[in-house]
Ligand binder design. Sequence first.
Ligand SMILES: [Zn+2]
Ligand SMILES: [Zn+2]
Length: 411
Amino acid sequence: MLPERRFVEKSDKMRPLLFYLLIGICAADEGWFWHVTDFHWDFSYWTDQLSCNGMNISKPGAFGNQWCDSPWSLVEESIKGLRLVQPNVDFVLWTGDTVPHVSDSHLSNDLNKELVMNVTTLMEREFPNTKVYATFGNHDNYPSNLFTPHNSDIYNATYMIWKTWIDDNSQVDNFHKGGYYTVKIRDGLRLVAMNSNMYYTKDTVILAGHVPPGYTTPRAVRWMTKTFNQKFVDIVLRHSSTIAALHFGHEHHDSFRIFYDGEVAVATLFIAPSVTPWRYQLPGGEVEPAHNPGARLVKYDRQTGKTLDILQYYADLDTVNLDQQFVWTLGYSATAMYGVPDLSVDSMHKVVNSLSDGSGSEFQNYVKWYNTNGKNPADLCNALCHHVVMCGLRYMTEKPFQQCLHHSTHT
Ligand SMILES: [Zn+2]
Ligand SMILES: [Zn+2]
């Protein structure tokens, strides 16, 4: 420090230059983090294929099959692959659902804990000097989807597993109480890792969690109960000035939605696609299109938490199985694809407006990447589908969403 100060004192002429240099340094305070979600590790992939939708897969691929959850090889290589693409990240967000889509009779408290433990150990091995901020998914509890609100065995056990990452003894009560916690990423910027509860401080926050609020489209399904969804949205609107961004998982598709306060866009919820290629088979036999494993590298402003870009990586499952080698391929940069300077809420509002043209390239790109493959789906999103998607992007609560749907189907 001293030599520079002497230098500046000696030469007044240098002051403007130093000033600009400092501005340059501040403007360049950009960091990266990985967001990875929904591994759904099927420990029976090579044997009983418990997650495979009742299909009999005679030649299961080395890194997975689109009817099944992830084999260990996909879990392992996908995490190793993150390090190969970019090892120098500020932290990793891991937003839950480690347990496969299999019936509870094949699971147990101990087994679920073991699955989470093994993936945790792998993360620690591949990112030994990086904090991983992990949250629960709805499948991680036993029985699945039923989280006890207080002091469950799984909270206590998982706290011990994630303790070194959380690295703050003051969070033990929160975690034991509800599986949630908050950590300071740096001065002024905080991460809130949610389970079903949230709270705020004066810092700017990045909110990370598993089940997102709002409606997944084009299915038009709300995951949260109506009351909790409304409560969640109200809280985000009330505190939007301190929320830099929300990063969630659960849907397995690449998507986002905007929180609007009246006409004003105030926060963006980014939804990362899953690592598992498992596709939904809906009651009645309807199936969702196949999708590839994905992971995303998020560029953010370390001072404000603002999202600057998303580099979306994917693994073409057919190709990596054929090559017997797993590799993450860059699918897109969100700023380049949507033609915006960053992913601030103002920019995302512009993106939403550009998507309102159903035949425009922006909406076509959205549709192409929804299934993490960059290809046009077999049945393109038609005009009705486009309307539903737009309603989901703009409206997070029951009444406005239903009004939007009603409007769209009658005009
Ligand atoms: Zn999931
Ligand atoms: Zn889930």
